[in-house]
Design a protein around this ligand. Structure first.
Ligand code: NAP
Length: 258
């Protein structure tokens, strides 16, 4: 019987804020698959939360990393190299835009908000990939980002985050093209709405969620676990032929016209 087995593989998971985070659902699935995990968190506010959750994986390093701090990024990859000697899986489950950029009209987006949203939510994936590649080079690896359909369609109030997700998705394809010859696969999961900390910061999130539930072919919203299990598959050798893809985990919502 074929089964997903990540034993012997190491994974760096960015973006756990609390147990509702998509990153946490992904970590649980990768952990169940047998991967050895390492976590990063942003800022002291999340330190206790993430340490408490990660204690479920006794050997897992937990490290502070704001992706805009080069010192912290270098520190994290140096520790991964010291403790694991390699990296097989990189999970990028982070995004940020200043609150006003998600409340005002898109036409009022400031250059500063644009810069912050695009830097944290899209550029960081490219930057982290550069740090991850030397640790993956022997056997190849898998990189995965989290995106949302507002990269392609207009979702009111998603504003600059839609631009950031469009840039992120392009980055996924461009990196997949460049890193394919080194057997490094790069994909993204486009998730339907899940009520996480960040999602609740989007104005009208409840309406968005209700609309998805009503229109999706499966007639419901997705659960974080379904994102986790898709990440498990994409990170595994069963997905060895898949790269550069945006995989929708949205109960089918994206295929509907009406
Ligand atoms: P979440 O639990 O709030 O996770 C977002 C994470 O990004 C938080 O841990 C956050 O830390 C971190 N982050 C923000 N700025 C950072 C920085 N400068 N450096 C490092 N980390 C930073 O929300 P989530 O919904 O699971 O989001 C995970 C990913 O899924 C995001 O890319 C999001 O766009 C995507 N996504 C979510 C949904 C959804 O409906 N939930 C749907 C599609 C895609 P702080 O809390 O400290 O800011």
């Amino acid at each position: 019987m074929k089964a997903i087995d990540l034993s012997g593989k190491t994974a760096l998971v960015l973006g756990v804020a609390n147990q509702r985070s998509l990153a946490w659902a992904i970590a649980e699935s990768l952990g169940e698959g047998g991967a050895q995990l390492a976590f990063t968190y942003q800022g002291e506010r999340l330190q206790k939360n993430v340490h408490t959750l990660a204690a479920q994986f006794p050997e897992a390093p937990v490290m502070a990393m704001d992706v805009t701090s080069e010192e912290q990024v270098e520190g994290v990859f140096a520790r991964v190299e010291r403790e694991f000697g390699k990296l097989d899986i990189l999970i990028h489950s982070i995004a940020f835009a200043p609150r006003e950029a998600l409340e005002n009209e898109f036409i009022d987006t400031t250059l500063e908000s644009w810069r912050i949203a695009l830097e944290i939510s899209a550029y960081s994936f490219i930057h982290l990939a550069k740090h991850a590649v030397p640790l993956m080079e022997d056997k190849g690896g898998s990189m995965l980002a989290l995106t949302y359909m507002a990269s392609q369609r207009v979702v009111p109030k998603y504003n600059v985050m839609g631009a950031a997700k469009a840039a992120l998705e392009h980055g996924v394809r461009q990196l997949a093209g460049e890193l394919g010859p080194r057997n490094i696969r790069v994909n993204a999961i486009s998730a339907g709405p899940v009520p996480t900390l960040s999602a609740r910061g989007i104005s009208g999130f409840s309406n968005m969620s209700a609309h998805h539930r009503e229109k999706a072919p499966l007639g419901r919203n997705i659960e974080a676990r379904e994102v986790g299990d898709t990440a498990l598959f994409l990170s595994s050798d069963l997905a060895s032929g898949i790269t550069g893809e945006i995989v929708y985990v949205d109960a089918g919502y994206n295929i509907m016209a009406l």
